[in-house]
Design a protein around this ligand. Structure first.
Ligand SMILES: [Zn+2]
Length: 139
């Protein structure tokens, strides 16, 4: 099995219960071929703790924090791979519809497709499995 990829971020936030400033953390990860996320806060003032996690789309707020902290990772594909195999992976794995597939393919072929490192690594592995030379990289 390929190694897991994790990306984490810490942040400060207001406690939902008492309003005190607290430290929160969030992680996005590619584990065993699946994307997962978790996020949590712990309030030192009132002791309240909130943990959430999921294997669906990473929450927009957490994703924005990860991208702000680490910068976006980019997907790099061999441009000679041809669009058909790449489009198939994009449709299956990202659910890109036909109306948008060409513009998404364009961002992939020009190296402009970006996201969190686990997201890009996930796509790179799916593309390699489909015979397309692809890597996730952070410039
Ligand atoms: Zn509190």
């Amino acid at each position: 099995m390929e190694p897991s990829v994790h990306e984490s971020v810490g942040f400060s936030a207001g406690c939902p219960d008492c309003g005190a400033e607290l430290e929160g953390w969030g992680t996005h990860a590619l584990v065993g071929g699946s994307l997962r996320w978790d996020t949590g806060i712990n309030c030192p003032a009132c002791g309240c703790a909130v943990l959430s996690c999921g294997d669906d789309d990473v929450p927009a707020e957490l994703r924005a924090r990860l991208l702000a902290d680490h910068g976006p990772a980019r997907l790099q594909v061999d441009p000679s791979a041809g669009g058909t195999a790449i489009m198939r992976v994009l449709r299956v794995e990202l659910g890109v519809d036909l109306a948008n597939i060409r513009s998404v393919l364009h961002t992939v072929l020009t190296g402009e497709h970006s996201g969190t490192l686990p997201e890009m690594e996930f796509l790179a592995r799916k593309l390699r499995a489909a015979g397309v030379d692809a890597v996730a990289a952070r410039p």
